[in-house]
Ligand binder design. Sequence first.
Ligand code: CP
Length: 317
Amino acid sequence: MKKFTSVKDVADVNALVTEALVLKRNPLGYKETGRNKTLGLIFLNPSLRTRLSTQKAAVNLGMDVMVMNIDKEGWALETLDGVIMNGTSVEHIREAAGVMGQYFDIMGLRSFPNLKNRDEDYREDILNKFIHYSDLPVISLESGTLHPLQSLADLITIEELKTAKKPKVVLTWAPHVKPLPQAVPNSFAEWMSVADVELVIAHPKGYDLDPAYTSGATITNNQDEALQDADFIYVKNWSSYQPYGQILTQDPGWMLTEERLKNTNSGKVMHCLPVRRDLELGADILDGPNSLVLQQAANRVWAAQVVLKKMLETNFP
Ligand code: CP
């Protein structure tokens, strides 16, 4: 595994989930695998879970970890080619990534979309340039379009807790006051499309995701219909894909509460966090027995650890 940016980078998703659960039972069993290897975690945007869980996973494997919030602690980066750097940017991505390639053995990178230019965001220019100029194995810590470590943790959580062979999983849009990226829902839909689940996506009119990620899913604008007999409900806001990056509605009727769960199959509620209480998701659910949000966050460690283990074994045999 040279890169982990999408489910497409995984040869066998079921085997990866099974191995993650083995690591969960024996976190320190591979302490020698990462000895004398350095993981660099580079953040262009804020993080709590991704940063801490990936750091913990690396330490469990015996790796050293360097973390940099490059947006706050580094030189202002120029990411475009052919520009005369006589403005605010101080260092070009070619040199910055090239230098990191000298210090790290594996790199993790978080780079959110700007939500202004869809082509730019969906081309994944920044992630691809870091991969190219660092010449390192790279793990996406959330990119313009996808959040694969989150989705792997989500799939681990569903596999651990499902009671039906093929559970009904509903991804439902939720209200928010800010335009958020489509990376989490794109990624969740992409991973669910290779899992043994029935996926239904519910959102208000105008919030269709990029069809490249939603093949095989049933898509509806009726949340109550979607929730009928649901085993797992994944709650997430996203801004519109077309027109790009817009808030089209803040309808509070789309916020999930305990009352809305009554026709589900004792539906377990998931959210990647951070979550805005009583805006995106009812506090009654978050504080109640149906919430899986902490189990999901805990599983971020095993998702990161299994991916790092694969990368170490592949690139440093
Ligand atoms: N879910 C998630 O990626 O959390 P952070 O943004 O805090 O890393």
